[in-house]
Design a protein around this ligand. Sequence first.
Ligand code: GRF
Length: 215
Amino acid sequence: MNLAIMASGRGSNAAAILDAIANDHLDARAVALITNRENVGALDVARAHNVPSHAVPRRSYPSRNAQQRRMLELLQDSGADFVALAGFDAILRPFIVAAYPNRILNIHPSLLPAFAGGMAPVPQTEALRAGVTISGCTVHVVTDDLDAGPIVAQAAVPVLPGDTVDSLSDRILEQEHRVYPLALRWFAEDRVRIENGRVHIQSEESQALWPHPAP
Ligand code: GRF
């Protein structure tokens, strides 16, 4: 797997993925990290892991389309054959999704299809407001339907009395760092089949992860 990561923020998921590669938990080569913003933590993460990084800020391009055309060019030039969105806050244009069919994953900080649509910390805020007692994160395949592509893996966490958006987000993030490298590994090992919008994994591991210790 020649993996490109796209991110917009601090880059903790990018770091978890790159650490997994460095520690031989994920058999992939990180070929590029692309951001749509300058001066974000994700760029430092890429530098620390010697991954070529590219900032493609909106203001350097005449339109969002032109900006994403440039991103696609960078993906293709890097030799990427798989893309992980890791806190990427723009909606991918259909021409990027079509260039990597079933080869782009995203991580979302809720148990989809609940609380789809918003960027962190909106899903966590909505979960607290709704009073759910369990939340978590979802790795899904990116399609043109926002946050609605086939679900690859989910990890659940309890929502505890007295939780704030920050405390819930931290608990979910810990699981994100566990579930994203694992989901990528299934693809890297060619153990994923997608049929009728459903993901099937040939794996000893479950697609449902629980916080340790398992209930
Ligand atoms: C995470 O909560 C992720 O689920 C969401 O954006 C956040 C990114 O965090 N898509 P980081 O930049 O990976 O630390």
